[in-house]
Design a protein around this ligand. Structure first.
Ligand SMILES: [Zn+2]
Length: 371
């Protein structure tokens, strides 16, 4: 979260709140007792150059407001290419044209940081395996090796990416795909072991055209349906910085569903009952709070399917409480429009249900697999 983004998204919103609610811009969000608490289903401890904050620092940020959190690095390392950026050391994938490559050591790093904590603190985290190449038939062997090397640590795999704006095309080697059997092997093993899956897959191309179906939806749906026994969280509901919610004009509304209608068609499909959606990333929040009408439609969908959405921050190594909590606070208009029970499930309950089950099943798999 950058300052620019805060002013672009939050300030116009604050202005709306000021008009509608009589509050003044900059007023701290007023949440009911406990309603600002959450578990974080999407958190990166380290960034694209494998640097970040320590777990002690993160625990200080979590305080009492955040009970539990997922824990992952980023499976990709941004190369610092001297011929490309010279003295400038890039820390983000948009900083340079140099490629990204899979950095498997991230899993050992995350496990080691977790294991250094006292038991009581460990219980608050669900570490995730990410350091595999989803286009590699051997990826699943890496995942098993991590579980055997660090038994008792990991609850799931991800966030890993298949289609991701700007990123997929920068990764050295073969591009990941939803129809690659290497990915099926990974999801088959997730079903067998109970590993919770967090997958990032843009639903559409960047700046998708109005009145067209999103390009990756058909493949994504088919993939998810091939693995009904895996517990899968589709990160960001398939959206990105410039992968916008599908736009449909009134004339085409009968032929093409919009983003919320696409989500609803998945939520009502019994063959996709194993799929949930995380609403992490400030880039996703910006769409959800873009107008009072959208807030009302989003809140209505959440209220009707409260078991299928999880809040996460998608912050990357936040420097302190301000950038960390800003993502939650962006959602304030939606939180306020939710039924209390739906809000509690999306902030806390769904996380507990899904990750408790993941922990239990992965520990059981390890019992049989780790000699
Ligand atoms: Zn993501």
């Amino acid at each position: 979260m950058t300052r620019t983004l805060i002013s672009r998204v939050w300030l116009p919103l604050a202005a709306v709140v000021a008009v509608v609610g009589g509050a003044t811009a900059g007023t701290a969000p007023a949440f009911a007792q406990g309603a600002d608490r959450f578990n974080d289903s999407h958190f990166h401890l380290t960034n694209y150059v494998q640097e970040g904050i320590g777990l002690r620092q993160f625990l200080a940020i979590m305080g009492e407001r955040v009970g539990r959190s997922t824990l992952f690095g980023i499976p990709l390392q941004q190369q610092w290419s001297w011929p490309n950026s010279g003295e400038f050391a890039p820390t983000y994938y948009l900083h340079t044209d140099a490629p990204l490559y899979y950095y498997s050591f991230t899993d050992a790093y995350i496990a080691t940081a977790y294991l250094a904590l006292p038991e009581a603190d460990r219980r608050r985290f669900d570490p995730m395996i990410t350091g595999f190449n989803p286009a590699d038939m051997y990826a699943v062997d890496h995942i098993k090796r991590v579980l055997r090397t660090f038994p008792g640590v990991f609850s799931g795999i991800g966030e890993f990416s298949i289609h991701k704006e700007f990123v997929s095309s920068k990764i050295a080697g073969e591009t990941a795909s939803l129809i690659n059997p290497a990915l099926d092997r990974i999801l088959e093993f997730a079903a067998e072991s109970g590993l919770v899956v967090i997958v990032h897959n843009d639903i559409d191309m960047p700046f998708g055209k109005v009145d067209t179906d999103p390009v990756y939806l058909t493949q994504a749906r088919a993939l998810l349906k091939r693995h009904p026994k895996a517990t899968i969280i589709w990160a960001h509901t398939g959206l990105g910085r410039i992968v916008r919610p599908v736009q449909v004009t009134a004339d085409a509304a009968e032929r093409h569903p919009n983003h919320l209608q696409i989500l609803e068609s998945m939520l009502t499909d019994p063959a996709l009952a194993h799929v949930s959606f995380d609403i992490s990333w400030d880039e996703v929040a910006k769409y959800a709070v873009s107008s009072p009408e959208v807030v009302a439609r989003v809140a209505d969908l959440f209220n009707r399917y409260p078991d299928r959405f999880l809040f996460g921050t998608d912050t990357v190594a936040p420097s302190g409480p301000q950038p960390y909590y800003a993502v939650f606070d962006l959602w304030e208009p939606v939180w306020k429009a939710l039924a209390p029970d739906a809000s509690r499930r999306i902030r806390q309950g769904n996380y507990e249900r899904i990750f408790d089950e993941g922990r239990r099943r992965v520990r059981a798999w390890e019992q049989t697999a780790v000699k």
